[in-house]
Design a protein around this ligand. Structure first.
Ligand SMILES: [Zn+2]
Length: 245
């Protein structure tokens, strides 16, 4: 690269840590990124406090309550609250994410009456078609099929999104194409993720598509594949994500 254009890039690109970012993706500002780090830590403290399973159902108001009332967590700052609202309400089309809104209320509540906890998973499913689909899947695909993620309310989805933004150094384009923004996740209303027993983190990679379990799943007509290759939402290929139809 010529020295002059290199200097132009240097002025236009955000710099986090020692990494110089030269690409067309959209990034958080440095100020937003430093708020995001604090927000990420606070959300992790809340998860530790309420427990992994409960965290899946937690509402925004619940999270504010725990933060305010437990010294070890500590209240969210004004900047953190603004950033949470920004990440919930902004239009992610500008990042290349083209999915539909699934949740319009940042304070969405999920009642324990409408979900069922799935033993040994730390996850819940809506006690309607999603639960029926899961039971049918166990029957048709086999007992090696496991639930790896079920119902996720706003705070859980937000925490996954925030952590992904952190891991991509504030790269909103990359983050939103791998984890749906908090108002756009079908986990909040129906869908769930499955994997194969023993496959571990590879359940969330293309390796899952090589399993016998996946092979059996694609032939079932009562479920769909929300994020197949080249899906219209612009989301990466997710063979493990079950679309409830
Ligand atoms: Zn999923």
């Amino acid at each position: 690269m010529k020295r002059r254009s290199f200097l132009v890039c240097l002025t236009l690109s955000p710099l986090y840590g020692n990494e110089l970012l030269l690409d067309n993706n959209k990034y958080l500002t440095r100020d937003e990124f430093s708020t995001l780090i604090k927000l990420n830590n606070r959300l992790k403290k809340i998860k530790r406090y309420v427990g992994f399973a409960n965290f899946n159902l937690l509402s925004y108001e619940d999270a504010l309550f725990y933060a305010r009332n437990y010294i070890k967590i500590g209240s969210f700052s004004k900047k953190e609250i603004d950033l949470m609202e920004q990440l919930f309400y902004e239009d992610p089309n500008k990042y290349g994410f083209h999915g539909s809104t699934t949740c319009v209320n940042i304070n969405n509540k999920i009642s324990l009456k409408h979900v069922k906890k799935i033993p040994h998973t730390g996850h819940y499913l809506f006690d309607s078609k999603p639960l029926n689909d899961y039971k049918s899947l166990k029957k048709d695909v086999g007992n090696n099929l496991i639930l790896t993620s079920g119902v996720r309310n706003v705070i859980k989805q937000l925490s996954l999104y925030v952590d992904k933004i952190y891991r991509t150094n504030g790269n909103m384009t990359k983050a939103s194409l791998s984890i749906a923004p908090p108002a756009y996740s079908y986990h909040t209303i129906s869908d769930f993720d499955v994997g194969k027993k023993g496959l571990g983190y590879k359940n969330f990679t293309n390796d899952f598509a090589q399993t016998r379990e996946f092979e059996k799943m694609v032939n079932l007509d009562y479920i769909g594949m929300r994020y197949d290759k080249n899906n219209k939402d612009g989301v990466r290929y997710e063979p493990w994500h079950v679309e409830v139809i």
